[in-house]
Design a protein around this ligand. Sequence first.
Ligand SMILES: [Zn+2]
Length: 80
Amino acid sequence: MDHESCRTLLEGVSLFAEGEAPPELCAEIERHMAGCEHCRIVVDSLRRTIDLYHRLPQPAMPEKAREKLYKSLDLTEYMK
Ligand SMILES: [Zn+2]
């Protein structure tokens, strides 16, 4: 396997997995992946990670805000 081209490819792969790579790069990555199982696996797991990330609920309430809220509700004993 041509690991030099893997390295080059993996530099643009996060863009590719996000769907934001320019068309030439997409074509290049797709062409490479067709013959490189290693990169297919990398891209596949990267896509899954990104997908998961996008599905996550909105960022949790900041610790300070939560503390304030709990205090104002007199629920500090539930904060543990
Ligand atoms: Zn590769």
